[in-house]
Design a binder for this molecule. Structure first.
Ligand SMILES: *Cc1c(COP(=O)(O)O)cnc(C)c1O
Length: 372
């Protein structure tokens, strides 16, 4: 079976085309303002995003990696400290920790949810542990009540890596409000995507918010006065204006993703595929719809031949990347993450994917398994 038109894994062009006029208007407004860094557009977006999440503060920053790094710096976590991270995540989670000078200590996921397994946390805690960075992977909130209970017991900070989970709910509350602070990414392919790099930190902590604001802006609150050795990690006016156009549509996009995910869940249920499990109390936003099969590579090839685009999130876990050879975690060190990386495949998912296209994806999967 060959789809008449290829089905993209994610059609970013079509997704942004929906807002073309409003995006152009926002660009014109910024150009004509003569003010391009740290102005009204950033403030307005920060307020809107904080309100959306339900957090006291949102601080616009340059990208998701910087958001996480700035949170660690503002918490004064660095050399000699350990931060617990998931073994199964995008490498940026680990990079934030090593950029801060701390040691990432990986903890394996619950294989059902792909997120950090709270039952494995205590064994990873040492006197040097300062924080747990929980990732809401693929758009599903981590089991935060269990994570926070252990963190409280040991006096640890908890940071959400919410780069894939804007708007997802856990026990009724949105990501960005579930821990001490959260880092968001607005990379173009994320559920809320800029037209370039962008990110944000959310927190209810006034002191932490102020420190992050300063650290992101050369360590300065008042121009030419530098209280901290900061960075340049600012969100710019143009990206903020573009994000402000797209934010009001995020809930509609999430509802659409949920509809596609529900369709996949029903229509693929009888195939020999491991489908996503939703954690009790969680409302995922389906940044990715991930299935598992030992025949992953063959399935991906068959889908490609049928005109269906797929991706692998992720082919190599952080501990097996050459970048982290220094940690000495050889193949076999984190077997759950490694098994996941060998078997996962992300099916097409996005705000402009139609149910008709999703039905063709399902048909192509059925074809593959029918042929044995
Ligand atoms: C995308 C992503 C990041 C990093 O965000 P950038 O904006 O690309 O720096 C961090 N963590 C996770 C889980 C991500 O998916």
């Amino acid at each position: 079976m060959m789809a008449a038109n290829p089905i993209a894994f994610l059609d970013l062009k079509a997704s942004n085309a929906q807002y073309r006029e409003a995006l152009l208007e926002a660009c014109a407004r910024v150009i004509d303002s003569g003010w391009y860094i740290q102005g009204q557009e950033v403030s307005a977006f920060e307020q809107a995003f904080a309100q959306y999440c339900g957090s006291r503060h949102a601080i616009g920053v340059s990208n998701g990696l910087d958001a996480l790094h700035l949170i660690l710096r503002a918490m004064e976590i660095g050399a000699g400290d350990e931060v617990i991270v998931p073994s199964n995540t995008y490498i940026a989670t680990w990079l934030a920790v090593t950029q801060a000078g701390a040691l990432p200590v990986p903890v394996e996921p619950d294989p059902a949810t792909y997120n950090i397994d709270p039952a494995r946390l205590e064994a990873a805690i040492t006197p040097r542990t300062k924080a747990i960075m929980a990732v809401h992977l693929y758009g599903q909130p981590a089991d935060m009540a269990a994570v926070l209970a252990i963190a409280d017991q040991y006096g640890l900070k908890v940071i959400e890596d919410a780069a894939q989970a804007h708007g997802a709910r856990y026990q009724g509350r949105r990501t960005g409000t579930l821990a001490h602070a959260a880092g968001f990414s607005f990379y173009p392919g994320k559920n809320l995507g800029a037209l370039g790099d962008a990110g944000a930190v959310t927190t209810d902590d006034d002191v932490l918010a102020e420190r992050i604001r300063m650290l992101a802006n050369y360590g300065s609150r008042v121009k030419y006065q530098h209280a901290l050795q900061g960075y340049n990690c600012r969100l710019d006016e143009l990206q903020a204006a573009l994000l402000a156009v797209k934010l009001p549509h995020l809930d509609g996009d999430i509802a659409h993703r949920q509809q596609i995910a529900g369709f996949y869940q029903r229509e693929l249920a009888d195939l020999p595929l491991v489908l996503p499990t939703v954690l009790s109390g969680a409302e995922p936003v389906w940044h990715l719809y991930v299935v598992q099969t030992p025949r992953r590579d063959a399935l991906q090839q068959a889908l490609a031949a049928a005109g269906v685009g797929t991706l692998i999130h992720y082919p190599v876990p952080p501990h097996l990347q050459p970048a982290y050879a220094n940690l000495g975690l050889a193949a076999g060190a984190l077997p759950i993450a490694e098994a996941i990386h060998h078997q996962v495949l992300s099916l097409p998912m996005g705000p402009t994917l139609t149910l008709e296209q999703a039905a063709l994806v399902v048909a192509a999967c059925r074809d593959f398994f029918a042929k044995g």
